[in-house]
Design a protein around this ligand. Structure first.
Ligand code: IPD
Ligand code: CA
Ligand code: CA
Length: 346
């Protein structure tokens, strides 16, 4: 993605220090934040999305998505960003209220889910249905245990939501717990919001309008690669440690906070220099990809070349391996990540 022609990114100047990167307060969109209009749990509304199994052939046209600023109202996007920010705030209330008090279950793929995951998704889904009845919706929990499910989306816009990213953290009361919301137009995220609920930090972006951390412009870190480079690495549940992690552990500083959405937000904010993941889903990465793009970073598939296939139309729940980094370290890390032999594979 790119900044629309003639538009000036509102992010900080290149070369800002890691400490400075979030300090430039800008006039923000917050006056435009609207509260969702309805209570949402268990909302029975109609959806532009229907969940069906095995109808992937049906019509999911792959017309190129029009340029996001060609015919989109900026006020609409800023309003949608404010709306998404109000939703993650409401999600945070549920997360805090239910922390330590919710039953843990296992999905068909053995991953954890709690009542809080479902409640947050229902809240967000219902509020979106009230506010944007013509928009489609894809959320992690509506897919739960239903491999091969494809949403049939005919709407122009689709919301892609991970109600709780870091469910394992939540279940253990480990503090890094996030909610991730992206508004997609075709295969392009046009609004992205990720929040960390313990601190309440909100990372947000609008396509072509820059990225913000708590209302301040944020940019990726632009320091050259060194022993101090921070790289966020995935957990790799039930798998031997990845060769690339063995390779990097002596060369860089590795971090894993247990939330892909936060790893990506941290790259955008310049708090870490790069991140990758391979068991991630559309809802883990859709908002983060926009944050990184708008903060001046690069986000691709694990080969460093192919763009992340973010199109929710026909998404079947498959994994979406990704690599993201500041331009300053992208090529150097990619050289080992995408080396012959696929060092990111176990
Ligand atoms: C998980 C987290 C985790 C990543 C997994 C994701 P969830 O999401 O982002 O960091 O390693 O691949 O599935 O299940 O907590 O929403
Ligand atoms: Ca997730
Ligand atoms: Ca989740």
């Amino acid at each position: 993605m790119r900044t629309a022609p003639g538009r000036v990114r509102k992010g900080g100047a290149e070369g800002d220090s890691r400490e400075d990167r979030c300090k430039k307060r800008l006039p923000h969109h917050q006056q435009q934040i609207d509260s969702p209009t309805a209570e949402a749990v268990g909302h029975p509304k109609r959806w532009a999305t229907q969940d069906t199994v095995g109808h992937g052939e049906r019509s999911l046209s792959r017309e190129p998505t029009p340029d996001y600023h060609g015919d989109m109202d900026e006020n609409f996007l800023q309003g949608a960003r404010g709306f998404a920010e109000s939703l993650v705030a409401r999600a945070g209330e549920v997360v805090r209220e239910m922390s330590g008090r919710t039953r843990i279950e296992r999905k068909a793929d053995d991953s954890m889910v709690t009542e809080a995951d479902r409640r947050v998704e229902a809240l967000i889904r219902g509020a979106i249905a009230d506010r944007f009845p013509d928009h489609a919706f894809v959320g992690e929990e509506m897919y739960a245990g239903r491999r091969g499910t494809r949403p049939m989306i005919e709407a122009e816009y689709c919301w892609v939501v991970d109600p709780i990213d870091g469910t394992r953290n939540f279940a253990h009361r480990f503090p890094m717990v996030a909610t991730s919301i992206a508004l997609m137009r075709g295969d392009r995220p046009v609004v992205g919001v990720v929040t960390e609920h313990t601190t309440g930090t909100v990372y947000s972006a609008v396509a072509g309008e820059g990225a913000h951390c708590d209302g301040r412009a944020m940019r990726v870190n632009n320091e050259a690669i060194s022993r101090d480079t921070l790289v966020a690495v995935p957990s790799g549940r039930h798998q031997p440690i990845l060769p690339i992690i063995r390779d990097w552990v002596d060369r860089y500083v590795l971090r894993n906070v247990g939330s892909t959405a936060l790893h990506m937000a941290y790259v955008a904010a310049g708090a870490v220099d790069a991140a990758f993941g391979y068991e991630c889903k559309l809802w883990d990465v859709a908002a983060g990809a926009l944050l990184i793009d708008e903060a001046g970073g690069r986000c691709t598939g694990l080969d460093g070349r192919t763009p992340l296939p973010l199109d929710p139309r026909g998404y079947d729940g498959r994994d979406m391996p990704f690599f993201c980094a500041s331009p300053a370290v992208f090529e150097a890390l990619l050289a080992s990540l995408a080396a012959p032999g696929g060092k990111w594979k176990s």
